[in-house]
Design a binder for this molecule. Structure first.
Ligand code: HEM
Length: 356
């Protein structure tokens, strides 16, 4: 039997004294990446997860009859919401897809009712996820250390990254030959070049879940998606192979994903301040609260790409007070995402729009 979920209170977070300095350091380092890529492309892109591989539009149905501890925040009221999804890989520059990188999935749920997080524009709830359950660093300060290294490589390491990834195909040996330890390089390539439509995505970091605390996941469930689970994409000589593959697949497939919630049941074993710790699924199981459906469509439709990839931003801080991002890493994301989006808006002379 699983333990009862832990109740949320502000005391579940521990704010460090130097967080403001780290956040300023992040923005300063992101500026190096943003300015380099904007200069190279003549167009500003996200400082992380710059390359989109598909933009999808669909609906999310919040299930009826959820248990009281699951019927919280956005999920308190059953019903349908329009959603946008953006598939990405995590580099801050636009790299050829032969460099195999972790996948990202951003979800924007429209027309959400309830008190907003401080400064949250619009009426949407964003979820920002990757295809692995843990983050590479415990604190934003450590992340800043890695980012400084990456910032130096933006623009210069493309050749090295390409070579590494083709040599590596999933292993980390060659990383040492270029003088970088493998944990740092996980985010630089070497993972199998998986089809993003077959992957399970995780919020990695925890959030307030109304009266409770939770991590989230998005899991493919329709056969059209699950049969892509182990599919690898051959990106040899095809710089946009992922985008092309997703486009061909989504023309004929119906994507159905479940949105699941992993309630925290023990603050020691499922810590709030350390996203390098995976919350054991036996002790804290994921439970389904909503279903996302995407009908066959053009996943690289020019108008939708413009509206979502260019004119929108996704941030865990765009949403309800009931889903406040928790922990050191999440606190640091607040100004970083805003800063990156503001740079894009300014450089591209195109304001960021929240869908009405
Ligand atoms: C201190 C930690 C982190 C920092 C400083 C950071 C920073 C950023 C920034 C600046 C952006 C670009 C925002 C924009 O221009 O719109 C971004 C996007 C993104 N980040 Fe993070 N991030 C952090 C942690 C995480 C974590 C833990 C995850 C895993 C869930 C994650 C996943 C993503 C994804 C998927 C995107 C792309 C969102 C989109 O499609 O628009 N990040 N991040």
């Amino acid at each position: 039997m699983t333990a009862a979920p832990v109740r949320y209170s502000p005391a579940v977070e521990t704010v460090q004294p130097d967080e403001k300095e780290t956040q300023a350091g992040l923005n300063e380092t992101f500026d190096t990446i943003l300015e380099t890529t904007a200069h190279d492309y003549g167009h500003a892109v996200r400082s992380v997860h710059a390359k989109a591989h598909g933009i999808l539009e669909g609906t999310m149905r919040v299930h009826e009859g959820l248990a009281p501890e699951l019927a919280q925040g956005l999920f308190a009221k059953p019903g349908e919401h329009k959603v946008f999804l953006r598939l990405s890989t995590n580099a801050g520059d636009i790299l050829p897809d032969a460099i195999s990188l972790p996948r990202g999935l951003a979800l924007k749920v429209l027309d959400v009712e309830g008190e907003r997080l401080p400064g949250a524009e619009g009426t949407t709830q964003d979820f920002v996820m990757v295809n692995g359950p843990v983050f590479q660093t415990k604190t934003a300060d450590q992340f800043l250390g890695n980012l400084k290294m990456l910032a130096k490589t933006t623009d210069r390491l493309e050749g090295t990254k390409t070579v590494m990834s083709s040599v590596l195909r999933g292993v980390s040996k060659a990383l040492e030959t270029v003088g970088i330890e493998s944990p740092k390089l996980q985010s630089l390539g070497g993972a199998p070049n998986v089809d993003p439509l077959g992957q399970t995505y995780y919020s990695v970091t925890p959030f307030r879940y109304g009266d409770y605390i939770a991590k989230f996941s998005i899991v493919p469930v329709s056969a059209d998606l699950t049969e892509l689970e182990d599919k690898e994409i051959d990106a040899t000589d095809r710089p946009n192979a992922i985008r092309e593959t997703v486009q061909a697949e989504m023309r004929a497939r119906r994507g159905v994903w479940e949105l699941r919630v992993q309630l925290c049941r023990d603050l020691e074993r499922q810590p709030v301040e350390d996203p390098t710790v995976e919350w054991n699924e036996e002790e804290a199981p994921f439970q389904t609260v909503a279903t996302i459906t995407v009908d066959p469509q053009d996943s690289w439709d020019e108008r939708r790409v413009r509206a979502v990839d260019e004119e929108m931003r996704f941030s865990v801080w765009t949403g309800l007070a009931a889903h406040q991002p928790l922990g050191n890493i999440n606190r640091a994301r607040r100004s970083a995402y805003q800063h990156s989006a503001e740079f894009r808006a300014r450089f591209n002379r195109c304001p960021i729009h929240e869908p009405a």
